[in-house]
Structures are given as C-alpha cells and as structure tokens.
Design a protein around this ligand. Structure first.
Ligand code: LMR
Length: 330
C-alpha cells in the first residue's frame, strides 16, 4: 500500500466509504511518530486495548509507534487515502490542510493548560475541527502533550539575543514556527520527527524545541547540552480518522469508539502532565544537561520578541480566531 502514497502534501482522495459487513472484523491501523513511553504512545495503546475489549474483539486497533509505518509528511496522505485509519499528529502539522491550525503555534498564546483546554474543548476547538471537513478527515479528539522548551548544543539560551545565528529544527508545515525563530535572529528548518535525533547528533542543526517527554524518549538531551525551560509554546495532538472509513462503520461501533476516545482523552491529559514532570527529573538527574529556567522578567523579554508574529499571522490564521483566544484570557 505504501508505493502509491505521495510523500508530501495532503492528498484529498479516500476510499468510497461503503458500509462494513456487520460480521466482518474491523481493523484500525493507528500510526504515529513518537515512542511508546510517551503520552500519545501510551494513550494509543490504551485506546486499542479498550476498544478491542468493548467490541468483543470485533474491532482490532493495531498501533504502529515511532514512525515504523509512516513518518511525518507521509502519515496524512496515508490517512486520506485509507492506507491507515487513525493518526494523531501535532496540531502544527495540520497547517498544510488549513492555515488556521497555526493559531496553536503562536508562542505564549496560553499561560497554562486550563486555558488550552478551555479553548480546545470550546468554540475554538469546534472551529478548528470544521476546517477538516473538506479533506476526508473526521477529527475525534484533542490529545495533550505539553509546553515546549528549547534545547541546543551551543550555549545557554537566556535572552532573545542568545539565539543569534543558530539553526533550529521545527515541526513540518508550520510557518509560524519557522518565523518564531526568525524573530529571535535564528534560522529554522522543518524536518520529520524521525530525523531529529540523527540531525542533532550530526550537528547539522544546533537546536530544537519540544516537550520533556519527547526530549527524553528520543534522547535529544544526550546530544543537546543546553536546555531552557521556557514553556514558550503549546504542543498538542488531534486524533484523526478517515471520514469515509468513519461513515462506513456501524453506528454501535462508532458509539463505542467515541465513548472510549472521550475516556482515554481525560486519562491522556493526566498522563501527559505526569510523564513530562517525570521525564524532566530524569533529564535533570542524567547530569548531561545544563538547565536554565526562564525567570518572569526573561519570559517578558521573550514575549516581546514574539510580538511581531501576532501581527504577521493574524490575517493568515484569521483575526477572529486569534482575538477569540485573547478575549478568553482576559
Ligand atoms: C515533533 O515533531 O517534534 C513532535 O511533534 C512529535 C510528536 O508527535 O510529539
């Protein structure tokens, strides 16, 4: 099934969505790019186990972690063409389908997780979901990871000026993330997640931004001696299924999947918080990394450096969406 896939872009074809035979076993291939011992990896496995139990084995969810089946830049096409039935990319990676998703990449958009959930579980989440309708994609849930932090191999990053001349890996498809680094006087290059460790280890880029669970599980901290706890941007996931496949499922199966997804989503949020905390302690105690936590005045300096991004991207993301978040915070 791999050979007909396009490697980049977001193709809009999919299967016809013919009704599944009520006795036929249903296989859901769930492909993702992170390690198993991460919030997304653990939630995917839990979802698979519960759905299998609750459908009496009628639905089998096969989870493929760590880009073993498809990597960034491939998994969206694989989903749209029906080669897999579920994926859970970061929201940033959906910007290739609809630019509105870059909203969530704006640095310091959210102060804390409560604000994130208020936005995603409310009208803002609904508006973002609606952008996927024309793309043969049916969204099922927002999963959490956490706030991103900066790592690099060159020097401590305390003030915006410390970024001058450095090159950073960013997630694919998001112009906001590329421009974020330009605001700091650095350069950015979009790379698939599966290539990040080797690129950092070979010193082809100087740094990257990620959550503690990804920095730990991908061993970035072993090749990035400087970590700034900056909490500068949110990284979350959207669990997606192929819309034609979804319509083809019997209503009772759809109901079990939806209910299980709601339950696993709550569990996943707790898991994300505790794993990120645990992984931070493990990075700290490895002794391999010099850690700096931004002080409140330093955070204000970083926020000021990012201000032009809001002006630049409001017309791209949509004034209404950006304002809706800003209003929600006041
Ligand atoms: C990354 O590409 O840095 C992350 O999005 C990977 C992930 O899915 O958490």
């Amino acid at each position: 099934a791999v050979s007909f896939l396009l490697i980049t872009g977001c193709d809009q074809r999919g299967p016809d969505g013919e009704q599944v035979d009520p006795k036929e076993k249903i296989v859901i291939k769930f492909s993702h790019v992170v390690a198993e011992d991460t919030p997304k990896g653990q939630a995917a496995r839990r979802f698979a186990r519960l759905v299998q139990q609750r459908t009496g084995g009628r639905v089998e969810v096969q989870v493929f972690p760590n880009s073993t089946l498809y990597k960034d830049g491939e998994e969206m096409d694989a989903l749209q063409q029906g080669a897999v039935q579920m994926i859970a990319p970061t929201t940033s990676k959906l910007s290739c389908l609809a630019p509105q998703w870059q909203l969530l990449d704006l640095p310091y958009l959210f102060e804390n997780k409560e604000q994130v959930y208020q936005a995603l579980d409310g009208e803002i989440g609904k508006k973002l979901f609606a952008t996927l309708e024309p793309h043969n994609i049916h969204p099922l849930a927002f999963w959490d990871n956490g706030f991103k932090h900066m790592t690099n191999s060159k020097r401590p990053l305390v003030h915006p000026r410390d970024f001058a001349g450095l090159t950073f890996r960013v997630m694919i498809n998001s112009r906001v993330l590329e421009e974020q680094f330009r605001c700091l006087g650095a350069r950015a290059t979009g790379l698939p997640f599966s290539d990040v460790y080797s690129t950092l280890a070979a010193r082809q880029v100087d740094g990257q931004e990620n959550t503690m669970s990804n920095i730990y599980s991908q061993r970035f901290y072993e090749v990035q001696p400087y970590l700034t706890v900056s909490n500068h941007g949110y990284m979350g996931y959207v669990v997606l299924t192929n819309a034609a496949f979804w319509r083809s499922l019997p209503p009772d199966i759809r109901k079990i999947i939806e209910e299980t997804m709601t339950e696993v989503t709550l569990w996943e949020r707790e898991q994300a918080a505790s794993l990120n905390e645990k992984n931070f302690k493990q990075i700290e105690s490895s002794g391999k990394v010099k850690i700096h936590t931004l002080t409140p005045p330093e955070r204000i300096e970083w926020q000021a450096a990012f201000t032009p991004l809001y002006r630049q991207f409001k017309p791209v993301i949509g004034n209404e969406l950006v304002e809706a978040v800003l209003r929600m915070k006041n």
